[in-house]
Design a protein around this ligand. Structure first.
Ligand code: BGC
Length: 758
């Protein structure tokens, strides 16, 4: 059967011997155009139809109707299907049974690893290590490809300033500069040097666009935003992904200023294609075309299809809208067949670049799957990535690192909980293989210390929320003991110990898609537990597992040591133990502000100054009566077991001319007791511009490893191009005038100096 396919492809190529003489790209276009010439309108529309596979307890399954669609050439790709055997069967069906033998795309949400689960993306971002993130994406691609996939719905690059939104877990946080570097790292990692490398997968940047700005942090809500804010803060990471060569773009669910992204021609065509020169294809999000009816801009599916297609949405994810309506729209002359051809061309070119016309089975290899999936090198790197992602939020009187001696009480609902360690969006991950915190601690101390354990509380006692989480597979089983009994038992356990490690936070399903929370404190039963253990007077290390910044004001005021571990993936427990006992010195820095109170949201470091900058001493200024303006923990913040001191800044000139370079230097000294890594951050402020500018903007950072006692000089280079802003006409250019530059270990604690751009 494969031979038949090869014969077909060669026939096509044979029809045009000139291909052989043409350069790679023109041969590709000639091949694809010829193929389009062979296709019926139904077959063309079929290429724009993306269908899901289902999952049963026995494994993945395919609806009979979809199997028929594959055979009839009414399907361009399948998602949620993986595993070499299963993918081979489906690919075989397409290649053998459909008239033109066109291979399928196989897509999946590989968000932070495929089967070997990496830390959630928000956690990886806290490493600020873009090379490590690119390597993580590369390993995820290798594993996904070995499992038969050729397309991943990642990276998610939505800038987010509202931690109520559950999907902040999937992104890189609040900063456009760091977010852009991370977007690029993911794309490069997934796609490698060449898409036809069978270890590469095509990336899909999402959710285009501005999904992270949904009003009130409520899932799928509306976005209303000025063009200025879009360009300054929210669009840069999508653009960075396009510039990195991302093969596909997923349109977002949300509306933007009244026009849903999926039907937004300004977004999908003017900006993406004409201004950014995107060359791949656009896929909608799940069912987003029929949802245009709910949005209230289409009366029926036909109208919805027309709007989405004309806007530039080329592939319909599981909406079954194109496959049912595009033909009539073409026959009635409402959509031209040329436009359909262009969309089909974009999809077929992606398949061509993935090498699927040369070999539709190029990623399907059982032996390789056996070798690659959860291979030791991946697990080693996951542990490394997980350690880098941990952020030390507080460490009074050097409570951490702990000694591996005495009696250690490990308490809390997330302590003995491998299931939650892999976090949201870990579809193919097997939580049975994840290492719990308790297990990590036990392995680390061996028989040198006594480890006691108590559950202490359920993650949540709110039965309505529990029902919702369990309906989507959380499988949370509350303890048969009452909350009071659980706390009593935990307090008794704590009393027997020298130190208590309290493992609190969220269940994995409390962040991710459709997981907005209005109250982002640690859930109540766990706070009750924390307060009860606190009352024992025992030293407490609070280890948090959660998918979003939480409000930790009480915790910060009372608990001496706080470790933010997010959801760290398969090797969570090992990585956490490495940090708790000082085998690894934490270096992560948060990439989203932790609010002081929910009422502050949105709170972010790169805010504007206002005409009356907040001053707690002066009534008529921009501030709250009851809380400070600043977040509890600012963007870029994270401690180390050692201490870094910064020399005053040195600038090699006071006046920067366009075309010249300003060197900003600072000496960083490790004057603490441990070797460690510091992320040195550089921010600028444009003091006087035609358009108001943020009080700080990240422009560069460098990571330095310093041995105890060691100093290093860090040098940053700034040019006029780094100082560009969107002017009144929205032109991106620099303006002469005074600037401030800040350097420090987070966005709050910085050294400042000034210079002028001439
Ligand atoms: C999500 C996307 C995801 C898609 C396919 C949607 O509900 O918004 O991020 O890629 O489903 O699973």
């Amino acid at each position: 059967m494969i031979r038949k396919y090869v014969v077909f492809v060669f026939c096509l190529l044979g029809l045009m011997p000139a291909y052989a003489q043409q350069s790679g790209d023109s041969a590709m276009y000639a091949f694809v155009n010829h193929l389009i010439g062979e296709m019926t309108l139904d077959e063309k529309i079929g290429q724009l139809n993306l269908l899901t596979s289902d999952m049963a307890i026995t494994g993945p399954t395919m609806r009979k109707a979809y199997m028929d669609d594959i055979k009839a050439g009414r399907c361009g790709g399948i998602f949620n299907a993986f595993g070499p055997n299963y993918v081979r069967r489906l690919q075989q069906l397409a290649v053998d049974s459909s008239r033109l033998h066109i291979p399928l795309l196989f897509g999946f949400d590989v968000i932070h690893g495929h089967k070997t689960i990496f830390p959630i993306p928000l956690a990886m971002a806290c490493s600020w290590d873009t090379a490590a993130i690119a390597h993580a994406a590369r390993l995820a691609a290798t594993e996904a490809a070995a499992d038969g996939l050729n397309w991943v719905f990642s990276p998610m690059v939505d800038i987010a300033r509202d931690p109520r939104w559950g999907r902040v877990a999937e992104g890189a946080g609040e900063d456009p500069y760091l977010g852009s570097l991370i977007a690029r790292a993911f794309v490069k990692g997934y796609q490698g040097n060449s898409l036809d490398d069978s270890l590469s997968v095509m990336a899909c940047v999402k959710h285009y666009a501005l999904y992270g700005a949904v009003e009130a942090g409520r899932e799928y809500n509306v976005v209303d935003m000025s063009r200025r804010r879009m360009f300054e803060d929210y669009l840069p990471p999508y653009r960075a992904a396009v510039e990195a060569g991302v093969g596909s773009v997923m349109s977002a669910f949300n509306e933007i200023n009244g026009i849903p992204a999926t039907a937004n021609s300004w977004l999908l065509t003017d900006l993406l294609r004409r201004q950014w020169h995107f060359k791949g294809f656009v896929v909608t999000d799940y069912d987003a075309i029929p949802e245009l009816i709910n949005h209230g801009i289409a009366a029926d599916t036909t109208a919805a299809s027309k709007l989405a297609f004309q806007a530039g949405a080329e592939m319909d994810m599981q909406g079954l809208a194109y496959v049912h309506t595009l033909k009539t729209l073409v026959q009635e002359g409402q959509i031209s067949e040329d436009a359909i051809d262009q969309a089909v061309r974009d999809v077929l070119i992606a398949k061509y670049k993935l090498g699927l016309f040369q070999d539709p089975f190029n990623r399907i290899n059982e032996a390789r799957a056996e070798r690659e999936i959860m291979s030791p090198d991946k697990l080693t790197f996951v542990r490394e990535m997980a350690r880098k992602s941990i952020v030390l939020l507080k460490n009074d009187r050097q409570l951490l690192p702990l000694k591996k001696t005495g009696t250690i009480a490990v308490i809390g609902p997330l302590a003995n909980d491998p299931r939650d360690m892999i976090g949201c969006w870990s579809g193919a991950g097997d939580w049975h293989k994840a290492v719990s915190i308790l297990q990590g601690i036990r392995e680390a101390v061996g028989n040198r210390a006594k480890v006691l354990y108590a559950l202490g509380a359920n993650i949540i006692d709110d039965t309505a929320m529990l029902r919702q989480l369990n309906a989507f597979g959380a499988d949370i089983h509350p303890s048969p003991l009452s909350p009071q009994q659980l706390i009593r038992e935990a307090v008794a356990t704590a009393r027997k110990a020298d130190v208590v490690i309290l493992c609190l936070g969220e269940s994995a399903g409390m962040s991710g898609e459709a997981a907005s929370r209005a109250d982002i404190h640690i859930p109540e039963p766990q706070r009750d537990l924390l307060k009860a253990v606190y009352a024992t007077g025992k030293p407490i290390v609070l280890v948090l597992s959660n998918g979003r910044p939480l409000v930790l004001t009480w915790e910060h005021a009372h608990i001496p040591a706080i470790l933010e571990t997010w959801f760290l993936g398969t090797e969570a427990g090992h990585a956490i133990a490495d940090v708790l006992f000082g085998d690894y010195n934490p270096s992560g820095k948060i990439t989203m502000s932790f609010p002081y109170a929910i009422g502050q949201i949105p709170v972010y470091y790169n805010h504007k100054n206002t005409g009356r900058p907040g001053n707690p001493e002066v009534k008529w200024t921009s501030r709250y009566l009851d809380i400070p303006n600043d977040p509890l923990y600012p963007f870029g913040y994270g401690l180390s077991y050692t201490h870094f001191s910064y020399s005053p800044l040195h600038l090699d000139k006071k006046v920067l001319m366009p075309g010249d370079v300003l060197h900003v230097q600072v000496q960083v000294t490790n004057d603490g007791q441990y070797d460690g890594t510091e992320t040195v951050q550089l921010y600028i402020r444009d003091l006087v511009a035609d358009v108001t500018q943020p009080v700080k903007q990240l422009k560069a950072f460098q990571q330095v490893f310093l041995k105890k006692g060691e100093s290093k000089t860090v040098t940053f280079r700034l040019t006029a191009d780094d100082l560009r802003i969107y002017d009144k006409q929205m032109h991106y250019r620099y303006e002469p005038g005074p600037f401030e530059v800040f350097v420090g270990g987070n966005s709050r604690d910085v050294q400042a100096a000034s210079f002028e751009l001439k």
